[in-house]
Design a protein around this ligand. Structure first.
Ligand code: HEM
Ligand code: HEM
Length: 131
């Protein structure tokens, strides 16, 4: 497995553990974590755990299923950097209740989704006699 895709899977698992801890802490000691905790937990789980896992698995599997090489390794590397810059900024934004920071982080996280979408669409182009 490509090192970058392994990073995605590893980071996903770390976010899953973190998101669970945030929710359990909030249930055990409400108010201990400042800010908008439910929203933070939800997005750590969805943009962190679930989406990073999808990124890592899809970047590994879809080129192999389609029989094409990944369209762009550079785009996928930037996707890793942007996804992991954007979500922490969103988390800090929700911790500090700074909507503009959530917006900046969200725009960066969104640009990773755009790169992923373009890269995947150009990778899974029809190929071979069954197209
Ligand atoms: C580790 C186990 C988990 C626990 C203990 C947990 C607990 C909670 C709690 C207490 C809330 C807040 C409910 C409220 O007061 O409104 C919540 C909200 C939420 N959880 Fe979890 N959860 C867990 C796992 C997950 C997972 C795996 C996902 C998604 C993949 C998830 C997604 C969400 C979402 C989207 C919300 C709503 C956030 C919002 O209101 O913006 N949770 N969870
Ligand atoms: C670029 C990425 C994303 C950004 C910037 C973002 C931002 C936000 C914001 C600002 C809210 C609060 C909306 C409000 O109550 O005014 C929100 C709510 C929510 N988001 Fe996201 N989000 C993103 C990705 C996702 C993804 C990928 C999922 C699910 C797979 C998701 C699920 C949710 C859910 C379940 C809520 C709660 C809705 C509710 O309170 O009814 N978000 N998001």
């Amino acid at each position: 497995m490509h090192k970058r895709n392994r990073w995605f899977v590893t980071i996903s698992l770390i976010y899953g553990l973190l998101g669970g801890l945030v929710a359990l802490t909030q249930l055990i000691a409400p108010g201990l974590i400042p800010g908008y905790v439910a929203r933070m937990h939800g997005h750590i789980m969805l943009l962190g755990f679930i989406l990073m896992m999808i990124y890592g698995v899809a970047l590994h599997v879809l080129p192999r299923f389609s029989g094409n090489a990944l369209y762009s390794e550079r785009m996928a590397n930037w996707q890793l950097y942007l996804a992991n810059a954007g979500l922490p900024l969103m988390i800090v934004g929700w911790l500090c209740m700074l909507n503009w920071l959530v917006l900046v982080g969200g725009a960066i996280a969104y640009s990773a989704i755009v790169l992923f979408s373009v890269n995947m669409l150009l990778t899974v182009k029809p190929n071979g006699p069954w197209r």
